[in-house]
Every structure is written in structure tokens, then in C-alpha cells.
Design a protein around this ligand. Structure first.
Ligand SMILES: [Fe+2]
Length: 140
């Protein structure tokens, strides 16, 4: 099995809210840590995945709060994508707990792609919106 590539957060991915950028960077770090754990054949994957899911719940809530406060028009579409991910993550988690050893590769592949695509596309859309709101720089 080849080395799984890391994902890298770039300043161009900023959503113009410092706390959310910080959380996105942390998210990228956790994904990369998970890649390391999997490559090492670690047996402590479950607690790391659990922490990741807990962190994401907090992060999604915070993002949704910023979008609500700023009147972001595409918020429902965005929330739906968060919910779909949460459902998928729960499924993976259950299957992984049931002992399917192939799950970790399927999971990290999905997780990595989702985190990267979501933060660099959908999240940047609300970032653009916040930036374009005339003279009103949002602070979370
Ligand atoms: Fe998001």
C-alpha cells in the first residue's frame, strides 16, 4: 500500500473569520495525524476518530452560527452538506467498530477528500460572502 498523501491548508483557503480558519487548520492537522496513525498500523484509531467527530460537531455549529448571523443566503444547502457528512461519518464509525479492517482506508480516503473539498469550495463561498459584505467585517 502506497503512502497516503497529506492535505495542506493554504492561506488562499481563508474564510475571513479567524476562529474558523484556525479550526480548518486544526481539521487538516487531525486528518494528517490520522493518516500517520493508519500508516503505522496504530490500534488507537478509534479514540482519534471519536475526537475528530466531536471536534467537527463543534466546528459545524460555529460555522452555522456565523452564517446565520451574517444572513448568508445558501445556509440551508451548506447545513445539508454538514448533515450528510455527519451521517456518513456515523456509518463509517459503526462499521469500523464492528471490526472491518479495510474500513480505515475507505474512511480516510472519504474523510480526506470531504474535508479538502468542503473547506476549499463550500466554505470559501461563505468566506467570499462575508468578505463582500460592505464595510462589515465579521468577528466570530
Ligand atoms: Fe462548512
Amino acid at each position: 500500500m502506497g503512502r497516503i498523501a497529506y492535505i495542506k491548508w493554504e492561506p488562499s483557503n481563508s474564510v475571513h473569520v479567524e476562529i474558523l480558519d484556525e479550526q480548518h487548520r486544526k481539521l487538516f492537522d487531525i486528518v494528517n495525524d490520522l493518516i500517520d496513525e493508519i500508516e503505522m498500523g496504530s490500534d488507537r484509531l478509534l479514540p482519534v476518530i471519536h475526537d475528530l467527530i466531536d471536534f467537527l460537531v463543534i466546528h459545524f455549529r460555529q460555522e452555522q452560527m456565523v452564517m446565520t448571523e451574517s444572513g448568508y443566503p445558501d445556509i440551508m444547502k451548506h447545513i445539508k452538506e454538514h448533515q450528510q457528512f455527519a451521517e456518513k461519518a456515523k456509518e463509517f464509525f459503526q462499521e469500523y467498530k464492528s471490526g472491518d479492517v479495510d474500513m480505515e482506508y475507505k474512511w480516510i480516503t472519504y474523510l480526506k477528500a470531504w474535508v479538502y473539498d468542503h473547506t476549499t469550495k463550500m466554505d470559501r463561498d461563505y468566506g467570499e460572502y462575508l468578505l463582500n459584505r460592505a464595510g462589515d467585517v465579521h468577528q466570530a
